[in-house]
Design a protein around this ligand. Structure first.
Ligand code: FES
Ligand SMILES: [Fe+2]
Length: 353
């Protein structure tokens, strides 16, 4: 069975990363080449020439109109991955085609389907609409993580670590001290973890960006849509200021924190992060501050998880973890990911028959 959850959509890049330069990214162990046609459509195909496996992202490989020319001996492929020309002969071998991947650009992300292409439904891609919405200003990035994806999922589903690992940025004592509620939509495969702090310290991340002075009401509502997309709906307001009875929330500041957890290899992960806010729109100073702060926070996690990966990889398997209430969401996530991996493997076997 594959080590990865197959028959799923994964974020491979930001749309802004993919243009008329050849762009390569490994997703779930597969090296994939991305480029944009002259018409602006993103393509995804194997980054290995069928001739001698030269990477098509490697110079002097290059685009020629809507074809990519291998930089080793000149095999030329169309946007669908089918070879349209080989050197020294008129006949192109019938089997000369690159694996093409279903690919969709949505919500500023490039999503790629890993698995049996016949199962790829674009409507199944989870949404993060704020990233591409004029009512929000977004900062974003991606940090390479030298740790398995599961460690990042564990990390994101338990935010009590903010108090310890991210003190001085987003952590305050109230985060770790406030109990969570966890709900699991088993059928839909979605995990919800909420922590509502009625009266909390305002960490610098929110004090500087919102201008709130003094204590806050702080809500963290997590929605994890495995395997890839993680949403943290964050609301802060001066203590006691709540949404109105009609559902509007003029006194609240809303931040949509979006992560995409994309396995690169068995032991490495692309850690995409984005922070979309509905206040200080277009304010470059606030954007710079939030970009820098969030990147620092993400790198604090990266350092910790890279160490953890080394520990786990070097010590004998089968150790007994000790889990407590804060781990409820992460344990549910592991269970659902395992089930998805099983379902994906079964579907792949059926497709191979
Ligand atoms: S390896 Fe690509 S043409 Fe030979
Ligand atoms: Fe963290």
């Amino acid at each position: 069975m594959s080590l990865f959850v197959q028959n799923q959509w994964y974020v491979a890049a930001y749309g802004a990363d993919v243009g008329r330069d050849l762009f390569s990214r490994t997703v779930c162990g597969e090296s994939i080449l991305f480029w944009r046609t002259e018409g602006g459509v993103v393509t995804a195909m194997s980054d290995r020439c069928v001739h001698r496996r030269f990477p098509l992202s490697q110079s002097p490989s290059h685009l020629l109109g809507d074809t990519v020319v291998c930089g080793y001996h000149g095999f030329t492929y169309g946007a669908d991955g089918v070879c349209v020309g080989v050197p020294g002969q008129a006949r192109v071998p019938r089997t000369a085609r690159l694996t093409a991947y279903p690919v969709v650009e949505q919500d500023s992300f490039v999503w790629v389907w890993i698995g049996d292409p016949s199962g790829a439904e674009a409507t199944a891609i989870p949404r993060a609409p704020w990233l591409d919405d004029e009512g929000y200003t977004t900062v974003c990035g991606m940090e390479p993580l030298a740790a398995r994806a599961g460690l990042l999922v564990d990390n994101l589903l338990d935010l009590s670590h903010e108090t310890y690992l991210h003190g001085g940025y987003i952590g305050t004592p109230e985060v770790a001290n406030t109990p969570i509620t966890t709900e699991v939509d088993e059928e839909g495969g979605i995990i919800y973890v909420s922590r509502h702090m009625d009266d909390a310290d305002c960490p610098p991340f929110y004090a500087k960006s919102t201008g709130i002075q003094g204590r806050i009401t702080r809500w963290q509502d997590i929605e994890y849509l495995p395997p890839c997309l993680y949403l943290l709906h964050s609301r802060v307001a001066p203590t006691g200021v709540l949404p109105l009875g009609d559902g509007t929330d003029p006194g609240g500041f809303h931040v949509e924190v979006v992560y995409a957890v994309t396995p690169e290899t068995e032991n490495s992960t692309h850690d995409f992060w984005a922070v979309a806010r509905d206040f200080a729109l277009g304010d470059e100073g606030v954007s710079d501050f939030l970009r820098e702060s969030n990147r620092t926070v993400v790198l604090q996690d990266v350092v910790a998880l890279d160490v953890l990966e080394k520990v786990i990889a070097s010590e004998p398997a089968g150790y007994q973890e000790l889990s407590i209430n804060i781990d409820t969401g992460a344990l549910a996530a592991r269970r659902i990911l395992e089930r998805m991996a099983q379902d994906g493997a079964t579907a792949m076997e059926a497709a191979a028959r």
